[in-house]
Design a protein around this ligand. Structure first.
Ligand SMILES: Cc1ncc(COP(=O)(O)O)c(C=O)c1O
Length: 567
């Protein structure tokens, strides 16, 4: 029998302990704000994990999946063939780790989470400073306006970045817009990377080159420019496949972005699976783009949406997530990183759990793709979707990764030219994936720009980027936590990029406006993630989001500006 222990699910207490372990000096503050009474899920103390997980009697995982041509749930998920949860769980076999990348130990609960471990964020030699005690911040506001905590150079990744070889100033020089002065004379500080990222010269120039030398429609025409543009477009698809660790470029479908990608999967693959009473699993952390498409499907079919809860830190409660699976579960769709809180979800475990129940799963990578190294093959996700504009590429382009069998089983999403082998008025023979899902003329130039952006990121190395950003996020978290009346929303042990907060004595709109007056661009609003904010009793937060071109000085400017309002 497969037990919960056999695949290493952490208990609620372990999750809590990780959060405490990450910021031991935070004490109570690390637990985050209390959600208001009755606002969503309250972590039960002493969660009683089932002693020995057992599939429901008579559960036939093939039910509900067999009407998708080509989908054989027994392939790869056959429990009778001996499910080995250790394979692909901690360090999946075949995972091609980038040189120097040390996967976060947080995904291996049995090994004990060690936040200082090299590889999850901290560059070698990084020593988290303990220079302040934010737990006393409400009683003892500093008399002086704002004084950044002075940390030893080795404690911070910015500047020379000697420890990791990452040079933020060199990187910044690639992004022309970062030198922009605003109409009020202020220097732009771009901390709205969760909304969209800025574009390096390499991407801008690549798109110009396309229009100057290659512009043509693709996959048609016998002339030279058709060949140039087709080659460049398909090379970009190959780059996306390599970047994600996909087996082939045929696993990559170009779409407008994450929103279109999720809608494509919902309508092409999931809709035919659904009947009244069938279930789709989401989490409380989802962006509206990963809620509304499923609601539309549910409304049309009588299917039901079930939502995995989060704990007080904004992290998924894995045992509760698993409890949601039933013989009626037909699909799961979960985020890798929450755009509203920055929580990095335990995505390996979430994929494994879905598969243990014979359920296919989509991972929304919109907020993770630019921040955390990833290999979709090792992760074993059935679908992974992301937007180019969140990773230094243009808007209007993104990609869906799908496993070969799910793409084959899925129906076309839109229809027209470019996706067919043969058409008569009686019937049409479609091209195989990915062409089957790319009706009409695609966003050729921006797909090529996406390839250039991923090449650019790969050159710097996502492990370097992740390490640098993690150090900066830690620093920003500590600096903001010192501000009187500032409440950080989302304090999970694993976070990426985002800092969501509210101030006691200034509205979210006031803070956003005040920061804008200082040249600091952040998002102030509901971040298209109303359910998770309402879970914390809020309608909006201020949300700075970090990218690898941000600096310690910019974080200091942010903190200084917020202090002005907090006084
Ligand atoms: C987690 C998440 N999912 C989906 C989306 C939608 O992305 P897009 O607007 O690029 O389609 C976003 C955008 O912010 C997001 O943060």
């Amino acid at each position: 029998m497969i037990t919960a222990e056999s695949y290493g699910l952490p208990s609620a207490q372990e999750l809590e302990a990780w959060a405490q372990g990450l910021f031991p000096e935070w004490g109570e503050a690390a637990a985050g704000p209390e959600p208001p009474e009755g606002a969503g899920y309250d972590t039960p103390t002493g969660y009683d994990r089932p002693a020995g997980y057992d599939l429901p009697a008579g559960y036939d995982q093939s039910i509900g999946h067999d009407h998708l041509v080509g989908y054989d749930p027994s392939v790869g998920h056959d429990k009778s063939a001996g499910y080995d949860p250790s394979v692909g769980y901690d360090k999946p076999i075949g995972y091609d780790q980038p040189v120097g990348y040390n996967p976060p130990v947080a995904h291996n609960p049995s090994a004990g989470y060690n936040p200082s471990a090299a590889g999850y964020g901290h560059p070698a030699g990084y020593n988290p400073p303990v220079a302040h005690d934010p737990s006393g911040r409400h009683n003892d506001p500093p008399a002086a306006a704002y004084a950044p905590v002075v940390v030893p150079h080795t404690a911070m990744p910015p500047g020379s970045g000697a420890a990791s070889g990452f040079d933020v100033n060199r990187v910044r020089a690639d992004f022309p817009i970062l030198s922009e002065r605003l109409s009020n004379g202020k220097q732009l500080i771009w901390l709205d990377n969760g909304a969209t990222t800025q574009k390096p010269r390499q991407v801008i120039e690549r798109i110009s080159r396309y229009y100057e030398h290659e512009n043509s429609n693709v996959h048609r025409g016998a002339h030279e420019l058709a060949a140039r543009s087709t080659d460049a477009y398909e090379a970009a698809r190959e780059t996306v496949a390599n970047f994600l660790g996909a087996p082939s470029k045929d696993n990559i479908v170009f779409v407008r972005g994450t929103t279109e990608g999720i809608n494509l999967v919902a309508h092409s693959y999931v809709l035919p699976l659904l009947g009244p009473g069938d279930e789709i699993i989401l989490t409380m952390l989802e962006h509206h783009a990963n809620i509304v498409p499923w609601q539309i499907l549910a409304q049309g079919t009588g299917a039901v949406i079930k939502v995995a809860p989060v704990d007080k830190t904004g992290q998924i409660i894995l045992p509760e997530y698993e409890r949601l699976f039933s013989p009626r579960t037909k699909f799961a769709s979960v985020t890798h990183v929450s755009n509203a809180l920055g929580t990095v979800t335990p995505i390996c475990e979430m994929v494994q759990i879905a598969h243990l129940h014979g359920v296919r799963i989509l991972v929304d990578g919109a907020q993770s793709v630019a921040h955390t190294p990833l290999n979709v093959t090792a992760l074993d996700a059935d679908f992974f979707v992301f937007s180019g504009h969140k990773i230094f590429a243009p808007t209007g382009i993104g990609a869906v990764y799908g496993k070969g069998d799910v793409l084959e089983a899925a129906r076309p999403y839109q229809a027209g030219g470019n996706m067919i082998k043969d058409v008569t008025f009686e019937r049409t023979v479609y091209n195989p994936a990915p062409s089957k899902f790319e009706a009409g003329t695609g966003n050729i130039a921006d797909a090529i720009g996406l390839g250039a952006a991923l090449d650019y990121v790969s050159q710097i190395g996502l492990p370097n980027i992740g390490a640098y950003e993690h150090g900066l996020l830690d620093y920003a978290t500590r600096e903001l936590a010192r501000i009187p009346g500032l409440r950080m929303i989302g304090t999970a042990a694993e976070k990426a990029s985002a800092l969501s907060f509210v101030l006691d004595n200034a509205s979210v709109e006031q803070v956003g406006k005040h920061l804008a007056n200082h040249g600091i661009a952040v998002r102030a609003g509901h971040h298209c993630a109303q359910p998770i904010l309402r879970h914390f009793g809020l309608e909006a937060t201020v949300r700075p989001t970090i990218a690898f071109y941000n600096t310690q000085e910019e974080i200091d400017a942010l903190a200084r500006a917020v202090w002005e309002l907090a006084k």
